[in-house]
Ligand binder design. Structure first.
Ligand code: AMP
Length: 279
């Protein structure tokens, strides 16, 4: 297996994959770039389970419901490539939009049901349709056997599982733990848009999630939710939602549910942040 390589279209990536004497198992890590240690943890997991890992860097216009958000999304390809250069069995693919969405697009739209109408689905109309589409096409054109996604975007993970099952794409979807800094803040590309003060203020998200995790076994969900919102409101962020759900169905959480999660979305000085914790 050779060192790090970069490709700008799927055809040359496929030529590279076919050049191996023995067909490699391929894992894909889809990203929008501005890479951090959270992304690297997905790559490490994928390297443990595959011969070759393809990291895609593509800021997908279809998943941005807000044009300003798309415009402001951090793009740092040089520093991304320098972070990835140390890997021996990694190929980077930075495709163009016309390659990801060709005129003979292979994707047949799937229905996302409740996932498209609650939490992220409710507040970012069209977002998950765009996510399902891009992830389908990336896996389809790369012909990956496994695909790695962070639990940080827990609803996105459910959307992808559903898309894979509906389209019968032959790929294993692998969930990966959220990587946090010392304060508990989930690493995110969007954190690059925060000032130092904003960053400190944003730690209220994890403090609130941690509070919920401690209280949810002892008190009624509606009481915990009320207190959690009070705690969150002691900080300076604008809360969009704080909800308890079942992480598989995204139906409301019920006491005793082993698959519960608490999800938060909030704005910190105009930057939209999301995080969650399993209950
Ligand atoms: P993004 O570049 O933000 O689209 O993220 C690409 C992938 O990395 C997605 O599967 C995310 O869920 C995952 N990811 C983002 N942040 C983290 C984190 N802090 N820990 C683990 N995975 C993450």
């Amino acid at each position: 297996m050779t060192g790090f390589q970069t490709f700008y279209d799927f055809k040359s990536l496929q030529r590279f994959i076919s050049s191996f004497k023995k067909k490699p198992s391929v894992g894909v890590v889809p990203t929008m770039g501005a890479l951090h240690v959270g992304h690297l943890s997905l790559i490490d997991k994928a390297l443990n389970e595959n011969d070759l890992v393809v990291v895609t860097i593509f800021v997908n216009p279809k998943q941005f419901n807000n044009p300003k958000d798309l415009e402001n999304y951090p793009r740092v390809p040089e520093s991304d490539l320098s972070l990835l250069r140390k890997y021996k069995r990694v190929a980077v693919c930075m495709p163009e939009e016309k390659d990801v969405y060709p005129s003979d697009d292979p994707y047949k739209k799937v229905s996302l049901g409740l996932l498209d109408t609650v939490l992220e689905g409710k507040f970012r109309p069209g977002h998950f349709a765009g996510v399902a589409h891009v992830v389908h096409n990336l896996i389809y054109f790369i012909k990956a056997q496994s695909a790695y996604f962070g639990l940080k975007d827990i609803q996105q993970l459910s959307v992808i599982k559903r898309m894979v099952s509906e389209t019968q794409l032959p790929v294993k979807v692998v969930p990966c733990e959220t990587v946090r800094d010392k304060s508990g803040m989930a690493l995110s590309s969007r954190n690059l848009l925060l000032s130092q003060d904003d960053y400190r203020d944003a730690t209220i998200i994890f403090k609130t999630l941690d509070f919920v995790r401690q209280k949810i076994k002892e008190e009624r969900p509606e009481d915990v939710k009320k207190k959690a919102i009070e705690l969150f409101s002691s900080g300076s962020l604008q809360l969009e939602y704080l909800e308890f759900i079942n992480q598989n169905s995204f139906e409301p959480y019920e006491t005793g549910d082993d698959d519960g999660a608490c999800c938060i979305a909030a704005y910190c000085d105009g930057v939209r942040l999301i995080d969650n914790i399993l209950l």
